[in-house]
Design a protein around this ligand. Structure first.
Ligand code: IMP
Ligand code: MG
Length: 179
């Protein structure tokens, strides 16, 4: 793959992520201590983030999954979001926290929040590892953000490049420089 020939610049190291997730986990545990928390992880991108995040949450939590279409193999959003797989759990009465890897245009998160609200949860909030606020196409401010980043295409820790590199344990940017 072409990005193998380029230098990778680490944006969030394994330590950065681990430290930030401890903080986020504490904040979420405090806020949801007397609630019925259900984390909904958006696949595929958030599977690693969600797995690490829930292990930093100390209150009872149910976990569900949803798959939405996103960038496919390109770097630009198509502008329309579609659902490939809905949640299988009944979320009625639960305090739902939607977890995604990154919010870019905001279209995916807005679509998912609007969709889940029709299922009568007690509340719905959002949590993303990365936020690129400069790219918004719809008004959306995630309730919990790991790191706010500039407008750069990022890879690793669940985020893909051509559906590969999700397993890289840190978040990186591909530079123009050859290795
Ligand atoms: P949005 O709908 O434009 O907010 O995009 C959200 C989805 O696009 C995320 O769930 C990611 O899967 C994907 N995405 C957005 N930016 C990046 C990126 O920099 N790298 C990899 N995937 C991205
Ligand atoms: Mg995604």
């Amino acid at each position: 793959m072409d990005i193998e020939k380029k230098k990778w610049e680490i944006l969030c190291s394994e330590d950065d992520i681990a430290n930030r997730l401890k903080e986020l986990g504490k904040e979420i545990s405090d806020e949801y201590k007397d609630k019925n928390l259900m984390v909904i992880s958006l696949l595929k991108g958030s599977f690693i983030f969600a797995a690490d995040l829930v292990r930093n949450i100390s209150v009872p939590v149910k976990i569900g999954f949803m798959t939405t279409s996103s960038y496919g193999h390109g770097k630009e959003t198509s502008g329309s979001v579609s659902m490939l797989a809905d949640v299988t759990d009944d979320i009625k009465g639960y305090d739902v926290l939607v977890v995604d890897d990154i919010t870019d245009s905001g279209l995916t998160m807005k679509y998912v929040l609007d969709h889940l609200k029709t299922k009568n949860p007690a509340s719905v909030k959002s949590c993303v590892l990365l936020d690129k606020p400069s790219r918004r196409k719809v008004e959306l401010i995630p309730d919990y953000v790991g790191f706010t980043i500039e407008d750069k295409f990022v890879v690793g820790y669940g985020l893909n490049y051509g559906d590969y590199y999700r397993n890289v344990p840190y978040v990186f940017v591909v530079t123009d420089e050859d290795r």
